[in-house]
Design a protein. Structure first.
Length: 231
C-alpha cells in the first residue's frame, strides 16, 4: 500500500486480484475504486501479495497462486497515469519488492527458491534490466523487504525466526533473531529513536509461540527511508 500524492488522504493498495484506491473510513481503510485486475482471468486463482511505491511514484506489486503453485506468479507495475504493465512473469511467490534510495535498483525475492535478485531500473520509464543474483537464503525463505538509509537491504526470513541485513553488494552483514517463527515483513522508522517493526504469520504452524502472529518492534541503530507516495 502507498499514499497517493496530493491533499486528499487516499491510498492505493494491492487488493484481491489487482490494484484499488482506498480511503479511511472511521479508522479503517475501505476500497473506493478498483483500478485494475491484472491477476484475473489467467486460468489459475491468483491473489496480490507485497506492494510498494518506488521513489519516482510508480506502484509495484507481486501476485501469486493461492496454493503457491510454481511459476504462476508475476510482478506488475502501475504508473502514475494509471497504466498497468506486467513486468516479470514465471515467479512463484514474489516478495518485496524494495528499492534503493534513488530508485535505480529494485530487489525482489522469490520465496520458495531462496533467491533475492536485483534489477537495474530505468528511473525515467520504470523499465527493468535483467535479473542479477543478489543473495541466496539457505535458512527459511526471504519474505518482505525494505532498504535502510545506508542503502542496505533487510529481509524477513520466513520460517527461520530472523531478519537478514545485506550490503548493497549482497554481503550478509547481520542475522538478527526475532521471537516469531514466520516473520513476513520488516520496516524501519525514519525519525529517532529508530525502531524496527516486524510482522509475522501463524499459517501452517501446528503450535504457536507467545508472539507468533503479532507485530513486534525493537530499537534499531539504523534509520529507514521515508515511504514513497504513488503519483
Amino acid at each position: 500500500m502507498a499514499q497517493v500524492k496530493g491533499d486528499e488522504p487516499a491510498w492505493v493498495g494491492a487488493v484481491g486480484e489487482g490494484f484499488a484506491r482506498l480511503r479511511s473510513d472511521g479508522g479503517r481503510l475501505a476500497v473506493t475504486e478498483v483500478l485494475a485486475t491484472p491477476a484475473a482471468g489467467r486460468g489459475v486463482a491468483l491473489r496480490m501479495n507485497d506492494a510498494v511505491a518506488d521513489p519516482h511514484g510508480r506502484f509495484w506489486a507481486g501476485a501469486m497462486a493461492y496454493d503457491g503453485a510454481h511459476g504462476q506468479g508475476f510482478l506488475a507495475r502501475m504508473d502514475p497515469d494509471g497504466g498497468v504493465h506486467l513486468v516479470l512473469e514465471g515467479i512463484s511467490i514474489p516478495n518485496g519488492p524494495a528499492f534503493s534510495p534513488d530508485g535505480a535498483v529494485m530487489y525482489l525475492a522469490d520465496t520458495p527458491t531462496g533467491w533475492i535478485r536485483r534489477h537495474r531500473v530505468d528511473t525515467a520509464t520504470g523499465g527493468l534490466g535483467a535479473a542479477q543474483d543478489f543473495a541466496h537464503v539457505g535458512e527459511g525463505g526471504p519474505d518482505g523487504m525494505t532498504v535502510d538509509a545506508q542503502g542496505c537491504l533487510w529481509s524477513a526470513i520466513w520460517g527461520a525466526s530472523c531478519l537478514h541485513r545485506y550490503s548493497p553488494e549482497g554481503t550478509l552483514l547481520e542475522r538478527i533473531p526475532v521471537p516469531v517463527r514466520q516473520p513476513t515483513s520488516v520496516a524501519l522508522s525514519v525519525e529517532p529513536p529508530y525502531r524496527v517493526i516486524v510482522t509475522s504469520a501463524t499459517i501452517g504452524l501446528d503450535e504457536t509461540g507467545e508472539h507468533d502472529g503479532r507485530v513486534i518492534t525493537a530499537p534499531s541503530t539504523v534509520a529507514g527511508i521515508p515511504a514513497a507516495a504513488f503519483g
